[in-house]
Ligand binder design. Structure first.
Ligand code: 1HN
Length: 360
């Protein structure tokens, strides 16, 4: 697996000859196809909100949300520039919507999440329900659902979009269409889906074919309260502090079929032990200050001093650890549901010497 066979003039001539018939020798490429462990072309990276915010606001002076369709600055992984990817399988960007603006309705095969970073009171409408959004809220746009955004507040609103665009592209399974009007009709009151499906209750006889959670806004107030109540039990995980997974209340699985989403609390002064997993992960800091130390594939360490609203990405299989200077809350997302379904997901904790385990 480690050594490529020697090239000879005879072999090269042969490769050229068979190449004309769209054939190639596996033995020349095998070592690059089957790796002993993940070696992602993605690099670790950190976007400080203070650095990025002026550029986002400047975009607001250059183009309207309507003309842009979606006015977003793509968070491009520095190892994957020009590909609109933050990891090999996922897309992320920061979207701006100014007071009075509308981002017109459309739908596509790709699933999307919104994680609210700045501003309060703008809405996204999904499948006939408007959800008013606030910082720290996690909002889902399931595959093939109509969605438009609007801002009826007085402040600019910025959120992080996370989509499975590269993954769906790899599968060549994408469709998209525009809605005939900018906004879709709203048929249900705001908060309806949370009340219906996200309160530990369910309408009797409810059935759905959807594999995405019917709760499409998981408000931060509830998430934060869960973390605050649970911290009293003092059950800290050495790698994660207190880490919760967003679930689909219908089956306890991930809230989205292709993207796993998490929220974790690191109490003031907490230092995690190193951890790595095969799902490259995007972090958005909600509260607190601290740092994440990532060791890249060359053994170089990167220290990211983060604060509220910053974004970070830790690619597959890179060791990383966190330190919290204040009580810190981190949102994160990755392609874990896909890897788990396919039996591929593995993780390793810094105190483990043995082969990594596969469990999600
Ligand atoms: C999209 O539909 C949205 O609806 C945002 O807000 C970002 C990036 C790629 C493809 C579709 C949105 C997107 C996107």
């Amino acid at each position: 697996m480690d050594t490529t066979p020697t090239r000879t003039p005879e072999r090269d001539a042969y490769y050229k000859k068979i190449g004309a018939s769209n054939l190639a020798p596996l033995w020349e490429v095998l070592h690059g196809l089957i790796l002993k462990e993940p070696r992602s072309p993605a690099l670790p990276a950190h976007w400080r909100y203070g650095d990025v915010r002026p550029y986002i606001m400047e975009a607001g002076t250059l183009i309207t949300a309507k003309e842009a369709e979606r006015r977003v600055l793509v968070l491009e992984n520095p190892g994957l520039r020009g590909q609109s990817k933050i990891t090999n399988t996922l897309y992320a960007g920061l979207q701006l919507i100014l007071p009075g603006e509308v981002a017109p309705a459309h739908r596509h095969s790709q699933s999307a999440l919104r994680f609210i970073v700045e501003g309060k009171g703008a809405f996204t409408a999904v499948d006939g329900e408007k959800s008013i959004m606030a910082p720290g809220d996690f909002v889902i746009t399931p595959s093939w659902t109509w969605h438009d955004h609007g801002n009826e507040s007085r402040e600019p609103m910025v959120w992080m979009d996370g989509l499975d665009v590269p993954l769906v592209g790899l599968l060549d399974a994408q469709f998209a269409e525009a809605y005939p009007t900018d906004s879709q009709p709203v048929g249900r009151p705001s908060g309806d889906s949370l009340a219906r499906y996200g309160s530990g209750l369910m309408p009797v006889g409810y059935e759905t074919k959807s594999i995405t959670s019917p709760v499409f806004n998981y408000p931060y107030t509830r998430t934060r309260e869960a973390l605050e109540t649970m911290r009293k039990a003092e059950e800290w995980d050495t790698c994660h502090g207190l880490k919760l997974r967003y679930v689909n209340p219908l089956d306890g699985g991930f809230a989205m079929p292709t993207i796993g989403t998490f929220m974790q609390l690191l109490p003031k002064g907490f230092k995690t032990i190193p951890y790595r997993s095969t799902d490259g992960t995007v972090f958005s800091v909600v509260e607190g200050k601290g740092r994440t130390v990532v060791t890249d594939a060359t053994g170089k360490t990167h220290t990211y001093d983060w604060g509220p609203r910053d974004t970070m990405v830790v690619p597959s299989w890179l060791w990383h650890r966190h330190e919290a200077d204040d009580d810190a809350v981190l949102f994160s997302f990755s392609d874990r549901p896909v890897q788990s379904k396919l039996g591929l997901w593995r993780e390793m904790r810094g105190n483990e010497q043995s082969m990594p385990s596969g469990r999600a």
